[in-house]
Design a protein around this ligand. Structure first.
Ligand SMILES: Nc1ncnc2c1ncn2[C@@H]1O[C@H](COP(=O)(O)OP(=O)(O)OP(=O)(O)O)[C@@H](O)[C@H]1O
Length: 281
């Protein structure tokens, strides 16, 4: 199944006929098979599907951490390796990797300083320079927006899990990646913290309009955040459906009371159920 959505210009992400197999012979696992996905620049796309359907594998291929066995992956028309060298890709893992000896403010500003040289590499990449006109974001301001104004000078150990994850998200946005890859970033958090972080993520995304590829196991999170929800199935890992979420933004708390929001949730759930059945078959 094709995960394409309408595209103008070079897409931010493109996977064509991608296959990734782990192991050999009878012990092998086809983590991804014949995956096509096109993500236009600036879109928020979530991947959802049963455990083992290849979501993390797909993220690793996009981030250049692994190569496909077949097919092609490109990020703004270049290979993930080139995109990584130009710091076009930002990664937010499940648990935030902040440097424990640096304050929150230093944690988020240090990578910006270290990565200044990447700008030159970015400018050489077609279609990138003209879009990279936005000023470097003020990290202090972003931290305040993310509700961390009182924690600027605290160490990571002095923060709650939710606050640490917020700092990690601000740090990732601050590097102005062209594509932000997020692997279940809120899975370890309670529901209220999770919703508040969704709010803050949406605020930052609406301001900076980075392309986001987001893995989640939560249907309501996927529907609330995304322009497109990509449903995957396992054995072999593949895309079974790409659902465009045509709900207005901003998507604040009021959304939870709206019928259309729940209709989208039901649709995604139904497709997920089918994905489970296809696994059992
Ligand atoms: N390094 C590896 N070696 C062998 N098999 C692997 C490796 N990485 C992943 N796999 C297998 O590939 C398949 C897809 O794994 P992947 O982690 O991408 O799935 P996922 O959808 O992210 O799962 P989850 O939701 O549980 O995180 C699984 O069957 C997994 O066991």
């Amino acid at each position: 199944m094709d995960g394409s959505v309408k595209v103008t210009g070079t897409p931010a992400l493109e996977l064509r006929s991608v296959r990734r197999v782990y192991g050999f012979g009878s012990a092998s696992t086809t983590a991804l098979d014949n995956v096509h996905l096109t993500v236009p620049s600036g879109r928020f796309v979530s991947l959802i599907g049963p455990s083992g359907c290849g979501k993390s594998t797909l993220l690793r291929l996009v981030s250049g951490l692994e190569q496909p066995d077949r097919g092609e992956v490109s990020v703004h028309g270049v290979s993930p390796a080139e995109a990584c060298a130009a710091k076009m890709i930002g990664l937010v893992p499940q648990s935030p990797a902040l440097l424990p000896w640096l304050s929150v403010l230093r944690n988020v500003t240090l990578p910006q300083k270290i990565n200044r040289g990447a700008g030159k590499r970015r400018e050489r990449i077609a279609d990138f320079a003209e879009r990279r006109t936005a000023a470097v974001p003020d990290m202090k301001e972003l931290l305040v927006k993310a509700g961390l104004g009182d924690a600027l000078h605290k160490l990571p150990a002095q923060l709650s899990g939710g606050m640490r994850q917020r700092a990690a998200i601000v740090r990732a946005f601050g590097l102005q990646p062209d594509v932000l890859v997020m692997d279940e970033p809120f899975s370890a958090l309670d529901e209220f913290t999770r919703e508040s972080l969704q709010d803050q993520l949406l605020d930052l995304w609406e301001e900076l309009r980075t392309t986001v590829l987001f893995v989640t196991h939560s249907v309501s999170e996927a529907v609330r955040l995304s322009d497109t929800v990509v449903v995957m199935a396992p054995n072999p890992g593949r895309i079974v459906e790409s659902i465009d979420v045509d709900l207005p933004r901003p998507r604040g708390e009021r959304l939870f009371g709206e019928r259309r929001f729940h209709e989208y949730e039901d649709l995604v759930r139904e497709r997920l159920r089918r994905a489970w059945h296809s696994e059992a078959a």
